[in-house]
Design a protein around this ligand. Structure first.
Ligand code: FES
Length: 142
């Protein structure tokens, strides 16, 4: 018989629990102010890689080369020396619910949404937005 055992503290598989538990012991008025917390990444980038079943009533970013473009962006960021804490992180995401405008990628903390077609578009997002902090107007979605 299988039993689910809830571990309350840190485990080898979930070491972050010790941090979260320590934070949770602070009274609210002593909690760090979110506005003054340093950002772990300067830019955190999420590519939707969602794949729906054939015949679904909404499009899927995965059908628009999203996986290859996410991998390309990750390699490009690394190649330019932009990857890592304090810099840029390229991540995969599930559906971001902007399917009809996809494929989509969102960059935080700015909350800038882009669409793209190919490596040329990814190059521009990486070189202008992530490296220089400039918005790529032509790829913005509303
Ligand atoms: S499938 Fe990509 S935003 Fe929904």
């Amino acid at each position: 018989m299988l039993r689910f055992v809830s571990a309350r503290g840190p485990t080898p598989q979930c070491p972050g629990r010790s941090v979260r538990m320590a934070r949770n012991t602070l009274p609210l008025r002593q909690s760090p102010d979110m506005a003054t917390q340093p950002q772990y990444y300067q830019h955190h980038v999420f590519f939707c890689l969602n794949q729906r079943e054939p015949g679904a009533d909404r499009p899927s970013c995965a059908n628009c080369n999203a996986q290859a473009m996410q991998e390309y962006a990750k390699a490009k960021v690394k190649q330019l020396g932009l990857a890592g804490p304090g810099k840029v992180r390229i991540n995969k995401a599930g559906c971001l619910d902007r399917c009809e405008q996809g494929p989509v990628v969102v960059i935080y903390p700015e909350g800038t949404w882009y669409t793209y077609i190919d490596e040329t578009d990814i190059d521009e997002i990486v070189e202008k937005h992530l490296a220089q902090g400039e918005i790529v107007e032509r790829l913005l979605i509303d």
